[in-house]
Design a protein around this ligand. Structure first.
Ligand code: F6R
Length: 622
């Protein structure tokens, strides 16, 4: 999705806004724009298609735009092609004239989608409005302008009436030229935060944009608005009644959200996995006891009587659920289903009161996952969110939240948040299994020790990354790749394949190894890359047979297995070994070489792995 930044204070706004946008570029990057309002109510709007750098160059790093109050936006197109005219900010006048002295101008940016924009467009056209762009945002800004003129030039009334009128999701940031030095924001289902420091105020759709300036932030909730002046923020509900909000202290520092010497965020985040996993485990295990149930205040009787767990998520977080399904059923002996949030939300799922719904999400803002959570809550069952971003929508709306401590994840393709989610699920499986008396105390201590050994073993794999780099360069011109495995190894294959395709643009599929021969094997030809994942000893021979089937059809085989399984070299052409670990937890190790493979193939093809085409970090539209 797109990124929003705003500033009002005593300094020149444009360079602060551009700097903030650069921290949000991962959210969307097909065009960008900025609007600055000076104390005389004169607005200057500058937009550029393409990377943010184009806007930075066009404005001489912001120096060319004078004024101390402004808003900015990086866009990822939904309505209307990526172009300068469709880029935000949008204005209430009849042209997108980049410099405007109009009286009573409304200027705004928007994240999200206005679903009924065509109907509103028609209504506005009947009132004499004309439109210069193809965006729903221009219509929203003109609707605010319409109500602004109708309700005595009162910004809050104009915004609240517009919020009632529109359907969809949005975070909006608006300036009114009659109110220099003020910015108004509102939200529904799309995040927006406000940070204050001395006599300056900062607005952003995500924390990294303003961390450099302040750690104290306010999270706007759904159907709330805020009026922001220099160093102050007043909050309002939809009836324009002032409300109190609590400030949240962000624990990350700005440096944690920067590249820190690495060429790309993706590699930095791959290498941060031992820490992300250790920090997450340390928050769940104290004195060799898993305290997850106490931390979440979940009653033991409830855990003992659980009927079923349903894990709902999207993308890589769904892959965590796929592995979690095997691990929780193996260890805790509770039935588990895994659902894609985008399917779950529309299929009238049968949810019982004694079911537990777990929603997994790095951002905590994924639209489908949020909708699935709301649906689950309506059924009256208990909901648990496993989320990385503190204060995000999913974290705030679930009955319980378990925070992964991966820190800010900037690269679009998730790595460290995925790993932190995985160990959270393992800890839950062991905690629930022990309470349900699925195994004895010795086994419990064995599981806990194995969990605690994961960070060090990830470190060991990372020490050998050059071998994967060599292989990646050799195979970077592959046309297709197939990742195969059974059980937990199938779950790992799903994640390996997604990482590979999204960062290298090479077609790739993950297959349950035994399923390959039911059709897909027809795609295997000379030199097709097949990666077999074999961490589960009871399935080892079965998957080897499936790899042999591929080799017979000409495939080039990479094997990924545990140290000790050296006979694999009779079959595979290239082998990667991972340290021995309790096999239920093997996903945490096996995924690391696959992330490295995806990263190195991407780099060797000259692709920016941090910003793969057509993708956005936070998918706040369905
Ligand atoms: C893939 C990836 C995505 C996300 C998915 C869910 O590398 O990052 O598939 O996992 O969009 O996002 P969250 O976890 O924020 O709900």
């Amino acid at each position: 999705m797109c990124g929003i930044v705003g500033y009002t204070g005593n300094l020149q706004a444009a360079s602060i806004i551009l700097d903030g946008l650069s921290k949000l570029e991962y959210r969307g990057y097909d065009s960008a724009g900025i609007a600055v309002l000076n104390e005389k109510g004169h607005t200057e709007v500058v937009k550029a298609k393409g990377r943010l750098q184009n806007l930075i160059d066009k404005t001489d790093s912001g120096k060319a735009i004078k004024g101390t109050c402004g808003i900015g936006h990086t866009r990822w197109a939904t309505h209307g092609e990526p172009s300068q005219i469709n880029a935000h900010p949008h204005v209430s006048s009849n042209s997108s004239d980049i410099s405007s002295d109009n009286n009573s101008e409304v200027i705004g940016v928007h994240n999200g989608i206005i679903e009924n924009y065509l109907e509103i467009k028609e209504k506005l056209a009947n009132s004499g409005y004309q439109f210069y762009s193809q965006t729903d945002t221009e219509i929203l800004i003109k609707l605010i302008d319409y109500y602004y003129n109708k309700y005595d030039h009162n910004p809050l009334s104009a915004i609240s009436h517009s919020m009632i009128r529109v359907k969809g999701s949005y975070a909006i940031e608006v300036m009114f030229s009659d109110y220099p030095e003020e910015i108004y924001v509102a939200r529904k289902d799309s995040p927006i935060i406000i940070g204050l420091k001395d006599d300056a105020s900062f607005i952003a759709s995500d924390v990294p944009a303003i961390l450099k300036y302040t750690n104290s932030v306010y999270y706007l909730d759904n159907m709330e608005m805020a009026r922001i002046t220099k160093g102050h923020a007043q909050f309002y509900n939809i009836d324009c009644k002032e409300i109190e909000k609590e400030v949240t202290q962000i624990q990350w520092d700005a440096q944690t959200a920067e590249k820190g010497g690495y060429q790309h965020f993706m590699m930095k985040e791959i290498c941060e996995q031992p820490k992300a996993v250790r920090d997450t485990l340390n928050s769940l295990i104290k004195d060799n006891q898993i305290i997850l149930n106490e931390k979440l205040n979940i009653d033991s009787e409830y855990i003992k009587n659980l009927n079923k767990i349903t894990i709902v998520a999207c993308g890589s977080a769904w892959h965590v659920g796929m592995i979690g399904q095997y691990v929780i059923e193996n260890i805790a002996k509770v039935e588990v289903r895994v659902e894609l949030a985008s399917e779950f939300r529309y299929r009238n799922p049968l949810i019982k009161k004694d079911d537990l719904i777990i929603v997994i999400s790095q951002s905590g803002e994924t639209a489908d996952s949020l909708a699935a959570l709301r649906l689950a809550k309506q059924s009256g069952c208990h909901t648990l969110a496993i989320v990385n971003v503190v204060g995000s929508s999913i974290a705030r709306e679930a009955d319980n939240v378990l925070y992964t401590l991966a820190g800010p994840e900037i690269a679009v393709a998730t790595t460290k948040a995925y790993s932190a989610q995985l160990v959270s699920i393992y800890s839950l499986a062991v905690c629930f299994g022990y309470i349900r008396e699925a195994f004895d105390e010795d086994k419990y201590h064995y599981y806990v020790n194995e969990l605690l050994s994961i960070p060090e073993k990830i470190d060991k794999i990372l020490e050998n990354k050059e071998r994967i780099q060599w292989f990646a360069f050799k195979y970077s011109n592959a046309r297709d790749a197939f990742f195969i495995g059974r059980g937990i190894d199938y779950g790992i294959s799903l994640e390996g394949s997604l990482k590979f395709k999204e960062t290298s643009y090479i077609h790739s599929e993950a297959y349950a190894a035994g399923e390959l021969k039911h059709g897909t094997i027809s795609l295997i030809e000379d030199n097709t890359l097949v990666i077999g994942v074999l961490t589960q000893s009871h399935l080892y021979k079965k998957t080897i047979s499936n790899m042999v089937e591929c080799k017979t059809r000409g495939a080039y085989l990479m094997g990924l297995t545990n140290y000790g399984n050296y006979q694999i070299e009779d079959t595979s052409d290239f082998t990667v070994y991972i340290p021995k670990l309790e096999e239920n937890f093997a996903g945490s190790l096996a995924v690391i070489p696959l992330q490295l493979l995806a990263y190195y193939v991407s780099v060797s093809k000259g692709i920016d792995p941090d910003k793969p085409r057509n993708l956005a970090k936070s998918v706040t539209v369905e």
